[in-house]
Structures are given as C-alpha cells and as structure tokens.
Ligand binder design. Structure first.
Ligand SMILES: [Zn+2]
Length: 109
C-alpha cells in the first residue's frame, strides 16, 4: 500500500480545504442590502448567492471531516478498509479520492 503518498495527498487536501473555508466565511453571512448592493443585485439574487455559498461551505466541511477521518485511520492502521463491509478497498478507488470510506460495492447501494 502506498499509504505515505495517500497521507501526503490527504494532508494537502486538508490544508486546501481549511484555507478555502476561512476565505469563504464572508460569503455565507446573512444578506445585507446596502445602497451599493441594491443597484447590482436583486434580493433574490443575493439570497440565491448566499444559499449557494452555504451549500459550498457545508460540502467542504463534510469533505474536511472525511479527510480528517482518513488521516486518523492511517494513524490507527485501519486505512483502506471499507467502513461498511470491512473488506479491503480497491487501491484504484483510493487513488481517485483517498478520503473514500466505502468500497465501490457498498457505495453503490
Ligand atoms: Zn464495502
């Protein structure tokens, strides 16, 4: 198993996600319509942009949790094992995304 290279990828992903989530905090703030905003955006547009920002943020948080979980499993020696059925996962699947927690059979269900 190329655990070391997966660990490097995961660590990199983790720091990218943390950077992204700290820079996108402003976008997820409640919509405030000041004079400058009203000229360019309708209220609907502003609200749509806000809900998209929140969605993105939530997705990143979930991904970050998966990455952290994978790093933890590397430490405990459980990495690469499907959390659902306990079978070893295909290495190709982990190469696609090293934070996957399920084998392809369980993920398909
Ligand atoms: Zn499985």
């Amino acid at each position: 198993m190329q655990i070391d290279s997966f660990r490097q990828q995961l660590l990199q992903l983790q720091s990218e996600l943390m950077n992204l989530s700290s820079t996108s905090v402003d976008a997820a703030k409640p919509v405030e319509l000041d004079q400058a905003t009203i000229g360019r955006l309708t209220r609907m547009d502003a609200m749509r942009a806000q809900s998209m920002a929140i969605e993105t943020k939530v997705r990143r948080q979930h991904q970050l949790l998966r990455v952290e979980g994978a790093l933890q499993r590397i430490t405990t020696g459980d990495y690469g094992v499907c959390l659902t059925c306990g079978e070893e996962m295909n290495i190709r699947r982990l190469e696609v995304d090293p934070s996957y927690t399920q084998c392809i059979k369980c993920a398909d269900k």
